[in-house]
Design a protein around this ligand. Structure first.
Ligand SMILES: Cc1ncc(COP(=O)(O)O)c(C=O)c1O
Length: 464
């Protein structure tokens, strides 16, 4: 099928040419050919315009990533200056470049891991792949070659490569891709609203999940489990905020069994949840961290894995036997990406974005919570400037809509029509605005959402 099915499009339009030539990531391809693509043309601050000049309020920070918003001149200038000065250099073989060094130094100032080293990649997926390889490498070096399995969670999202896609605990990312690979295990999702047994308190729920994790580790043999990976607040799986006490109990189990904690901060990192890092909001003590997205506010691709000295030192000592630390990408420490990320972190500091996001987060969460009373909403949840409302057929029982009605997608489309970008994760509507959003814009966001929600209620009332 080389021609677009969408035959209303002018053959030379960008939409028609898109359909002829692009393979879109994470897209329902049949639907795409029926509807045609949406073309984004320009953006500034928290607003975005399509190629027909229609304006949208960006309620999803792109893909949870444009923390400082769009069109920040200082970031464009930083890229431009670095492109002219040194457009590329590598970190292989002991070579280095100043932006990478300064960025690593800056990162180590703000992450809650004392000492340690920063490894640069390009995406959240490659960061989590690196995490798995580093865990394997580390345990081999420590004389524990059998300690290799990684435990992730159902509903978690950690990327799409062969290994990170295996960590991801969402069926569509496994089905027909022959994932997960061996050695990646999944434990329960900490989604109290959906997964709690009838009458179970949050405390009982979190105890059950911790016991079940402990059982899994014991069945597999603690000597075979290298690490547990978690997003502090789960994003793409439905913006799930684990109940109080969950991580405390989970960490006690991990510590008891000598299992390390990989903290996937790809969404939560850099102020999203009301603190610099999600682990601080949720009371997690990570062994290692993955960051990406807001690290550069998505101006250029860059990710980082942070490992503690206790892991780095064995890597150094192993060189007498193994020679090279044989892992790295052509673009690890790309100087232009690093220069932009460094300027991004400086701007975050100069403009006190963490404090601003924390303050806006309170306003945002209190607005979000008000939808708890809406006839279509079964549950609202979030932390800081990330949140969601879950649309249900029956609020009393939490009964879901029949998937064929695509109620979440309907709501997302209506919000778009009213000039607001949100994301439907099934029937859960996710919000994750740029961290620079102000109180008036939060008001505008929810005003537009209310229009979309009213349309969705009218639609839902037509369903049996
Ligand atoms: C928590 C988390 N980890 C990893 C990833 C993968 O990042 P990327 O799409 O850059 O590979 C994502 C992407 O949304 C994510 O949300």
């Amino acid at each position: 099928m080389s021609e677009p099915l969408h035959n209303e499009l002018a053959p030379d339009s960008i939409e028609a040419r898109d359909l002829r030539h692009l393979l879109h990531p994470n897209t329902n391809l049949g639907e795409l050919h029926r509807q045609g693509p949406a073309v984004h043309s320009e953006a500034k601050g928290v607003y975005l315009w399509d190629n027909h000049g229609k304006q949208y309020l960006e309620g999803m920070a792109g893909l949870w990533c444009t923390a400082l918003g769009y069109g920040v001149e200082e970031l464009a200038d930083a890229a431009n200056a670095q492109l002219k000065k040194l457009s590329y250099s590598q970190l292989f073989g002991g070579k280095t470049n100043e932006p990478s060094v300064l960025l690593a130094e800056k990162l180590m100032e703000i992450v809650p891991i004392e000492g340690g080293r920063v490894f640069f990649g390009l995406t959240g997926s490659d960061a989590n792949d690196t995490q798995i390889k580093l865990m394997w490498y580390y345990h081999n070096l420590m004389g524990r070659p059998e300690k290799k399995k990684i435990i992730s969670r159902w509903s978690g999202y950690h990327g799409v490569t062969v290994a990170s896609g295996s960590l991801t605990g969402l069926a569509p990312f496994h089905k027909a891709f022959d994932l997960p690979i061996q050695g990646i295990l999944h434990t329960q999702s900490p989604h109290y609203y959906r997964e709690a047994h009838e009458g179970e308190t949050e405390d009982q729920f979190t105890t059950r999940l911790a016991n079940s994790l402990s059982d899994l580790i014991e069945e597999e043999g603690p000597e075979t489990i290298a690490a547990f990976i978690a997003e502090p607040v789960l994003g793409a799986g439905g913006v799930i905020v684990p109940p109080d006490g969950y991580y405390e109990k989970i960490q006690a189990v991990l510590e008891r069994h000598g299992v390390l904690f990989i903290d996937d901060e790809v969404i939560c990192g850099f102020g999203r949840t009301g603190n610099p890092f999600g682990c601080q909001t949720m009371g997690i003590k990570p062994t290692t961290m993955s960051v990406a997205k807001a690290l550069s506010s998505a101006y250029l691709p860059i990710s980082a894995v942070i490992v503690p000295d206790s892991m780095y030192q064995p890597f150094v000592e192993a060189s007498s036997e193994l020679g090279n630390f044989a892992h790295g990408f052509t673009y690890s420490g790309h100087p232009v990406c690093a220069a932009v990320a460094l300027r991004n972190l400086e701007l975050i500091e100069e403009r006190q974005v963490f404090a601003h996001a924390a303050k806006m987060g309170e306003i945002f969460q209190s607005r979000l919570n008000q939808y708890g009373e809406h006839p279509l909403v079964g549950n609202t949840r979030g932390a800081g400037l990330i949140g969601a409302v879950e649309l249900v057929a029956n609020r009393e029982t939490g009964q879901k809509f029949d998937g064929s009605h695509a109620v979440g997608a309907f709501c997302m489309d209506r919000c778009l029509e009213h000039g607001l970008i949100v994301r439907a994760l099934g029937d859960t509507i996710a919000f994750c605005p740029p961290l620079v959003i102000d109180d008036m814009q939060i008001d505008e966001l929810f005003g537009k959402f209310e229009q979309g929600l009213a349309d969705t209620l009218a639609y839902a009332n037509t369903l049996d």
